[in-house]
Design a protein around this ligand. Sequence first.
Ligand SMILES: [Zn+2]
Ligand SMILES: [Zn+2]
Length: 365
Amino acid sequence: MPTSEMGTVAYLAEPGRVEFRKYPVPEPGPGEIVTTVDRANVCGSELHIWRGDHPEIKEGSLGHEALCRIDSLGEGVETDYAGEPVEEGDLIAPVYYLTCRNCTACLHGQFHLCENVYEYWSRSPEEPPHFHGTFGTHYVVHQDQYFYKIPEGLDPSIAAGANCALSQVMFGLDETGVEYGDSVVVQGGGGLGLNAIAYANERGAETILVEGVEGRIDRGREFGVDHVVDFRQYDSVDARAERVRELTDGVGADVGVEVAGVPEAFTEGISLLRDGGRYLEMGNVTPGAMTDFDPGLLTRKSIDITSVVRYDPWYLHRALEFLAEQTDTYPYEDLIDAEFNLLDVDEALQQSDSREVTRATLLPH
Ligand SMILES: [Zn+2]
Ligand SMILES: [Zn+2]
């Protein structure tokens, strides 16, 4: 690769203001891969930072969901993390964080909680190797950053989202334990919710979606949900809990999945479950947003609560395999509803923020 090649990154100079900067494309160090970004999705985390809602991050590189093409391999990189040989030109999906395997969490096998996950997350592009975020023409995959080759035949536009929502959902539901015949109530029909429905279906569960937005309900049906509890029809927590009991032999759901991302959903979720049920908290990610909590009810109902952030990195491999197998079963291609040139990243962020589009993709080339 000629050392004179320049690449572009979208840089958040301050909340709401994105600038483009150019840097020389680096040579990969040992264990690294320099890639060109094939496509990158706009996800909730970018919007959170872009709006200025993140408690610490107010500037830096943006982007974490992406599909990348290998430009040059650093010394020692011969396969992906599933042992598949890789070469220049291959399409890969990188996990969006690092797994150091040396910290306390890693030593306990909790790779998703690695203390060094965000070594390069949102770093200033001024710092070499410059390409720290996926909103750019290039992206550097670091040592200790798991990545996987895209399975043959999998549509790149579908594969690009695997390293966030789907991996997250598969990990969360596995940690909670969803078994054949379980009833699973999903609170919220956004990207996480649709993936939860699809994955729970494939595990042999009966699924219930609690949602009040028409388009999201329609999509839930397209993703094979068995029942919908419509907020507009069941307009109180009691009414929704009653409806879920009707759908579950009068007892409540075996498993609840909070992917609505509002604190009140947590309180409500407990009331949708049967005694001895299991609850997965995954949608609320901002500390400090409060809701009422009834510990006595929790004890009486003996609910197991599981909460997860990120996922063990090999889940990305499972997610890609899942997508490759289920492409014809679920309309994943409909989830990406807008494509933008990288240079129109402002527009992509604005339209995602105002929910004019559900999932925007940036195409840098
Ligand atoms: Zn670690
Ligand atoms: Zn994401």
